[in-house]
Design a protein around this ligand. Structure first.
Ligand code: SF4
Length: 372
């Protein structure tokens, strides 16, 4: 008799079987090897901005960002890294271009990881020197291969088959890493074209077990950039590819984290992200649904406890349509009703948002309340 196939437990839950990779760490955050898909972002401020960059990192961490990359432009920047790392609640990764000495100085300064693009570091010897420094300080190195800074020898191929060119370039670097005996690496293969990014990562994922940082580079402004990123990342993640994500958007990096977590939650890859259900509104609406939903999105922590909160414009369809919400609000002619699991339990004529926030706080406890 034919043996019954036992589905992978993850597959039963999400429909996704994740690719098996080696596990690496940025500080205490594991990437790959079955760790939950993590979310990262990059500061839009220079490290020389002192208090501003610290505030930005705090906002990113509060939004659910698990590690953050900062630009290291010169030696002066490297001198500021150890203080920045000490003040950051999440691992800091140094982003280096052109000058391998900056990577070595960053490693010495105590960053949790390095991101280099070997294509612009200059020579095999310089890349090897960076790997030696990373090994000395037990750091993870991300090898970034981007369409905009591809090695010269693959530029001809890029014109014919851009995904293959990115993959061949990354494969060459993985050989270099093997020769250097360096294992703690993550790869990223990025293009500003969503489908080229998808294809390049699929090709590379066939060949090795490195964890993959996935993202579309220069994806664009908030709305269109979100669409392009989510298309590419969803195609990859639903095929089990991708261990850490960055949604690159022009604007506030906190938005990148919000989008990334919503995407992972929708895919069933994260169950620790609050979910807001809100109606599109119509002529029956008695509430400014958009404003309330946005206030919730900004105020609720993005990690911790899963809670579904509904904001519905009217009582006629509201509670019923949002039955799966743990708590919700629906507009009425005189104000609003609060409901839990589809059942109305309180009528409100004032302080709608405050009451909703305080009820959510009661439900989530200290572990996942509102950030005010
Ligand atoms: S919940 Fe009410 S206001 Fe919102 S879309 Fe449905 S009918 Fe319209």
């Amino acid at each position: 008799m034919k043996e019954k196939t036992v589905p992978d437990p993850d597959r039963r839950k999400t429909g996704i079987v994740r690719r098996k990779t080696r596990k690496v760490f940025y500080g205490k955050v594991a990437v790959g090897g079955g760790a939950p898909v993590s979310v990262q972002s990059m500061c839009s401020l220079p490290v020389t901005s002192h208090s501003e960059i610290r505030e930005q990192i705090s906002s990113l961490a509060a939004a659910g960002c698990q590690m953050v990359r900062v630009s290291v432009r010169d030696k002066k920047d490297t001198h500021l890294l150890s203080g920045l790392c000490a003040d950051s609640s999440i691992p800091v990764i140094a982003d280096i271009h052109f000058d391998h000495q900056l990577a070595i100085l960053s490693a010495e300064a105590g960053v949790a990881g390095l991101r280099i693009n070997p294509g612009n570091i200059g020579s095999v010897e310089k890349v090897t020197a960076v790997l030696d420094a990373a090994a000395k300080y037990s750091l993870t190195v991300r090898i970034g291969v981007n369409s905009g800074s591809l090695e010269k020898r693959y530029r001809g191929l890029y014109l014919e088959d851009p995904a293959l060119a990115l993959c061949r370039s990354a494969a060459g670097y993985s050989d270099l890493l093997e020769r250097a005996g360096f294992r703690d690496a993550i790869f990223s293969l990025k293009s500003s074209d969503a489908m080229v990014t998808v294809e390049a990562n699929r090709l590379f994922a066939l060949e090795n077990d490195y964890p993959l940082h996935i993202g579309v580079t220069e994806a664009g402004p908030k709305l269109t950039g979100t669409a392009r990123s989510v298309v590419a990342l969803t195609l990859l993640l639903s095929g089990g590819i991708g261990d850490t994500v960055r949604v690159s958007l022009s604007g506030d990096p906190v938005d990148e984290v919000t989008v990334a977590l919503a995407m992972l939650s929708a895919l069933g890859l994260r169950d620790d992200v609050p979910r807001i259900i809100s109606c599109p509104t119509c002529g029956r609406s008695h509430l400014d649904v958009g404003a309330i939903a946005e206030a919730l999105e900004k105020s609720m922590p993005r990690t911790g406890k899963m809670i579904k909160v509904a904001v519905m414009g009217c009582e006629v369809n509201g509670p019923g349509e949002a039955k799966e919400a743990d708590i919700g609000i629906a507009g009425t002619e005189k104000g609003a009703v609060l409901f839990k699991n589809g059942k109305i339990y309180k009528r409100l004529s004032k302080d709608l948002l405050e009451t909703l926030f305080s009820e959510i706080e009661k439900m989530t406890g200290n572990n996942g309340g509102i950030i005010k």
